[in-house]
Design a protein around this ligand. Sequence first.
Ligand code: PRX
Length: 567
Amino acid sequence: MANIGSYEERIKNFDWSVSEKELGYKPGDILNIGWYCSDRICQQGKADKIALHWEGLGGAEKHFTYNDIRRASNTIAAFLQSLGHASGDRICLFMDRVPELYIGVLGILKMGGIGQPLYSAFGDESLYVRLENAETSAIITQRKHALKVRKILDKLPHLKHIIIVDHDGKSPLRDREVAFSLEKAAPVEDFGSYPTTSESPSLLHYTSGTTGQPKGVKHVHYSLISQYLTAKWVLDIREDDIFWCTADPGWVTGTSYGIIGPWSLGVTQCVLDGGFSAQAWYKFIEKYRISNWYSAPTAIRSLMKAGDEIIKNFDLSSLRNLASVGEPLNSEAVVWSEKVFGKAFLDTYFQTETGSIMITNFPGMKIKPGSMGKPFPGITATILDPKTYEPYSETGKIGLIAIRPGWPAMMRTYWNNEETYQKKFKNGWYMTGDRASIDKEGYFWFVGRDDDIINTGGHLVSPFEVESALIEHPAVAESAVVSKPDPINMEVVKAFVALKPGFTASADLDLEIMNFIRKKLSPLAMPQAIEFVEQLPKTRSGKIMRRILKAKEWGEEIGDTSTLEND
Ligand code: PRX
């Protein structure tokens, strides 16, 4: 029997105090996620249980017990304090998936800081806008990524320290750089965690916006209440399980379910710091006897592409609960996983802003391949008519996914941008910005986004950010960025570029522009295709009509072009 038991029973009179009681939390108490994910588990007699099996590139391995992560997070917390950082300070984590990243999040939370995890593949421009917006006071990073920080340091007066976790002890440290080694630092046995309470800020996750700079989604320590229970009931994590979340903590999945969910449940989790390869992934599952696996449609489609034969070389019988998040999970992928693993991937839906799973398939529930399932207990989700912002009175109609605010992991605001936050609400509903329909049995069917944001392999890319970076290239006069269909990533970035006089389109220029974006922003934001055009379609008021370019890419009807200037 799965942890959730009967969904129908659970939703009757559901109240989040179910989770509070299991965690031993009473409203008004001190609530520090760092403490809940390490000290509390040790107090439950699990100090010697493995918290983290870690594997890096080239087969390096490290293993940490709950007592190890308790002590190591104390050590990081004390080090940050010794440098003068205090509660409420934004501390960025800019690392590959090394143990310091996972344990560092707990350390920052323990000293009352606000963790700002950023994807290590970000280029200097992507990094800069996020550090500048958050007025980040320290960044914890690796040597290879410190180079990107050095490039933008002069423009970041708030950044006091660049903490390098793998300094070789020889090369000179530059301006504001300090070395810290988890292995060499004197371990801090006792650290009185900062007395944060439910509404104290915990994490700042940046997500793409359509028209402006990325938005910093502010979460609070109370998010634990949702993250613990969703991890328990949806990912079905139990005492002796071995859990693997393949997401990077630069994204919300990697913190909500790659750190907080599993560690607050005291389970053993595994991290693989390496790129994707079907061989390596299956080997990892076999080696650690992974039972619960949380991944993403892009990865699942890549595994499908690698074929069924390879699976026969591995013993994957340990797998019990499979789940997916980040983008639509095609029905073929659900059917395939049932065939090859004997288990269907459960499609789960949430957002950086929601902090925890909102709509989902549950273990034990009837699965309709292609559907996102039903709302988690305590979540009131509906489909609104886009004209009236009222819920439809009948089922089956496509409209806007909206959720009643008030669950514990809901974002509290966008950092320094309360105005945009307020715009996310209509008629008392939180507007997700996604479109879907609900069938007669209450299952949600995802249709698409309601804005221009590109979802490439589960990662949101803002066309605005890519266009802004493109015009910084000397050859680019103007550009428009849209999504283009792709068999593995579902969508990829495509750029239409008008060149400045004196420049001619060529394969070399194409590659040069792609690389320019990859270095400035990230490999994900890099256009996979560039089309050079004489001019871009614009409205008479001069607004680029991305809609027309996108419709062409997707082979859709172009629609109304009456406002088109140059037709
Ligand atoms: O468009 C939806 C899509 O991803 C968006 C949220 O992205 P982000 O804030 O980066 O968070 C990703 C990690 C949860 C949503 O607005 N999305 C997420 N899950 C699904 C999905 N689209 C379809 N099906 C899903 N299961």
